[in-house]
Design a protein around this ligand. Sequence first.
Ligand code: PMM
Length: 292
Amino acid sequence: MSKQSGRGRVAGLPEWDRCAVMGVVNVTPDSFSDGGRWFDTTAAVKHGLELVTEGADLVDVGGESTRPGATRVDEDEELRRVVPVVRGLASEGVLVSVDTMRASVAEQALAAGAALVNDVSGGLADPAMIPVVARAGAPFVVMHWRGFLQGGSAKGVYGDVVTEVLDELHARVRAVLDGGVSPDRIVVDPGLGFSKEAEHDLVLLAHLDRLRDLGHPLLVAASRKRFLGRVLAGPEGAPPPARERDAATAAVSALAAHAGAWAVRVHEVRATADAVRVTRAVEGARLGEEAR
Ligand code: PMM
């Protein structure tokens, strides 16, 4: 994908003429951002369908919280949470992404109708992940990840965060390609909030153009994250709770769409669906001027 060719296209998925919207369904009792309200198959499927009605192009289903300090769920429990929700949404014609670090969950979710694998570890957490994705010919989100310890640890120390994230993502993309995943099915993601402080997330957002130089469609997942709480709180204040960060999330969606992101991943879809459409309309107006 050249810089000129826009936000890029992912083989095996539809092509949108704007930044796509990925709605989040966390099927977890302990998610920091939606408090496990959808911890039930029927409620989770219903919520996913509502997100589509609100304008989600894809729905990302996850059964394991990745928040700092969260304990891992065991494999059977993750399968039990995720697979029926994937099946339920896919059977309704929803384009489903599965958010997992486990190859077994990815494999069973793909068999249940998932169209995309979203692995926050970029294939690092489970050595069987890349072979499973390659064999299935599935699109794969490769996120920047430095391991299970997050925030406050040495893993969150950077000299030049943009260059280091770029280099580390580049190395992961190489490993994924070497493992047989086709280049036109790889999506990259800076991993906002993962081993990163608020200032790192902001610098990465300021340089999405450099992340696009990796040559793969870019996913930006800022929704309700800590750095937004910090920005909204100001230097002295207390950060608002996750649920009160949706307007700030929509602002990031517009910025990311304008910077050429392929997709944004959000919990509250409606405002972001509007943001990406307004961004598209402004881009259309500019293209119209340039054509005149
Ligand atoms: N962040 C969370 C979960 N999954 N997937 C991708 N690709 N990128 C992210 O930054 C990311 C993710 C954080 O968890 P949440 O859904 O509970 O906010």
